[in-house]
Ligand binder design. Structure first.
Ligand code: FAD
Length: 532
């Protein structure tokens, strides 16, 4: 356990300090729901609570989104992710308008001014109550603690309240305790406890209805709020026109797309998930991560839909593919629980302090060869080119390329973690940090440091015919696949003629030799750990 106070505790303290006011404050002219990473109408707990509050008081519901360019920068949001979020807001605005609910998008340049910006808007609207979902990143928890206290300040009619509610996980962080009363740092026992908790508390999978329509006549008072348009992406976060065309076709935005994709996956593919999930050339996974990351799909809805397709109607047992998929969705949640309990893991620190002594390399030639897909290791290059072309990478490959950067190249894993956030459409702080911690053996429940992925063996095992490699590495398209095939190791296995051809095409030779690099990594880890 770490010594730092947990930011979630300061938010809980702020909520406790304002509990009496939250209970007693009468609703004034409107209730506000603040959208953050919960960009959906269906199964949105905070939105549902806000709409019930407004309905009971007979006042309108107003929806708000705050765009802070400084925040997007600080969170390393990839332009492709920002674009997806803005397109999703368009969908949300249209859907809300049909219910007579306005969506107001406010741009607040500096992140620390967000709480005050919200307060001023609420004052102008005559709103007394704000609802929003809790986000578990450190800055967000601190910001919301400040907001809760700020809204409660003032006298009489100046007082407002904020309800910050759990919504992003099926089981809220802190609810699962190990035998010794602490937080689980290992996934398997955590997952067993998660299943038990969900089965014993069926309300965990209760789906919240979308809000009903606003009372008629809202436009007389709040008509100007319907004129708000969705802004352009801020400077530095804009896509080029050609990228927009490509990405919009690849990643249709909004919750309708998420629900369609979830249903299609559960109808057609989930049953075969266990066999196909590790083969990147096959479309064996759900591709739903972008929707989980933006909140266009709730984890509750995903788990419930999958569970209902299972012939046991339970989380445990039944179809292997369904069980496996639910356990993967739960990994996302595990890392959020970890983030809440050990916030320092997402502040550039390894989980175990002993891992702070490893001497990382900052060789930029190596790093750039990795980012541009020019390492000379076909499976690595294919994966890194996939992320550049699509903003996405298959899970097996995320593990392989992360291991390669941290172990074969000994490059500081935090450089890779950052690069992923800056390029992924599904960039999620907790899952990304967890994935890098696993692969570099510095996180919670990591793979042991002496396990180093062999890119060649991984390539032969998970892309035997080289189908995936050939899709992304044009220079290798006419090489032979199969076991022992040259496509996996072109300069090692190719004939002289093949090698000449590849040189002409400019495909690089391996930037390191794997077995030597592995030995070097093991020495560096051993040295680092011995220094403690
Ligand atoms: P599916 O296989 O269909 O899984 C369903 C859902 O379960 C996913 O959408 C995701 O929400 C969750 N999930 C699956 N595997 C994991 C996992 N290992 N950890 C956490 N959640 C998981 N996922 C992100 O959403 N954002 C990230 O920034 C991210 N960075 C990663 C970095 C590394 C180094 C590694 C090894 C993994 C990372 N992952 C991340 C996890 C995983 O690779 C992706 O969630 C998955 O590839 C998304 O594809 P899918 O939706 O088709 O997944």
């Amino acid at each position: 356990d770490n010594e730092l106070p947990r930011p979630i505790e300061s938010l809980y303290a702020a909520l406790a300090e304002t509990a009496a006011l939250r209970k007693s404050l009468p609703v004034r002219q409107a209730v506000v729901h603040w959208f953050k990473m919960d960009l959906r109408l269906h199964d949105n707990r905070s939105l549902w609570l806000a709409s019930q509050k407004a309905k009971d008081a007979g006042v309108p519901l107003i929806c708000l989104y705050v765009l802070s360019p400084e925040d997007l920068e600080a969170h390393l949001r990839a332009p492709i992710r920002v674009d997806f979020m803005l397109r999703t807001l368009e969908v949300l605005k249209r859907d809300l308008e049909e219910l007579g609910i306005p969506l107001w998008v406010e741009t607040v340049e500096k992140r620390k001014e967000v709480p005050n910006g919200i307060r001023e808007l609420m004052k102008g609207w005559g709103a007394s109550h704000l609802f929003c979902a809790m986000e578990y990143e450190v800055d967000e928890l601190r910001r919301e603690a400040k907001l809760v206290r700020l809204l409660a300040e003032g006298e009489g009619d100046e007082k407002m309240v904020a309800e910050v509610v759990h919504d992003t996980c099926v089981v809220m962080p802190g609810a699962l305790k190990s035998g010794s009363g602490g937080q689980y740092a290992v996934y398997s026992p955590w997952f067993r406890a998660w299943i038990k908790h969900v089965e014993e508390n069926p309300e965990c999978l209760e789906i919240y209805e979308k809000p009903g329509p606003n009372p008629p006549g809202i436009k007389e008072k709040y008509g100007h709020l319907f004129t708000c348009s969705i802004p352009e992406a801020p400077e530095g976060k804009r896509l080029r026109d050609d990228e927009k065309i490509r990405y919009h076709a690849l990643w249709p935005a909004g919750e309708h797309e998420a629900l369609k994709r979830l249903d299609k996956f559960c109808d057609e593919d989930i049953g075969k998930y266990a066999e196909r999930r590790d083969i990147p050339a096959k479309q064996g996974t759900s591709n739903l991560s972008v929707h989980f990351a933006s909140g266009t799909l709730s984890a509750r809805m995903a788990i419930r839909t999958a569970r209902d397709r299972n012939n046991t109607k339970r989380l445990n047992g039944g179809n292997e593919g369904i069980q496996r998929w639910m356990s993967e969705v739960a990994w996302r949640e595990f890392y959020k629980h970890v983030l809440v309990h050990w916030p320092y893991v997402c502040m550039n620190k390894p989980f175990k302090p002993t891992y702070s002594n490893i001497e990382w390399s900052y060789n930029l030639d190596h790093f750039h060869a990795w980012t541009s897909g020019r390492t000379g290791f076909p499976i690595i290059d294919a994966a890194m080119r996939q992320v550049l072309a699509t903003g996405y990478m298959h899970n097996r490959l995320r593990m392989i390329v992360a291991s390669f950067l941290a172990k074969d190249l000994l490059v500081d894993w935090r450089m890779g973690e950052r690069y992923f956030m800056e390029h992924l459409i599904d960039g999620d702080f907790a899952s990304n940090n967890g994935g890098w911690g696993f692969a570099a053996s510095v996180g919670v429940d990591p793979q042991p440091y002496f396990r180093v992925f062999n890119p060649l063996l991984q390539s032969e095992k998970f892309d035997p015919e080289g189908e995936y490699i050939k899709k992304w590495v044009e220079e290798l398209r006419d090489l032979k696949g199969g076991k022992g095939g040259e496509v996996h190791d072109p300069y090692g296995r190719g004939s002289e003629e093949v090698k000449r051809k590849l040189e002409k095409r400019g495909y690089p030779r391996g930037i390191v030799e794997h077995s030597g690099a592995r030995e070097r990594a093991l020495e560096a880890y051993k040295r680092g750990l011995a220094r403690d």
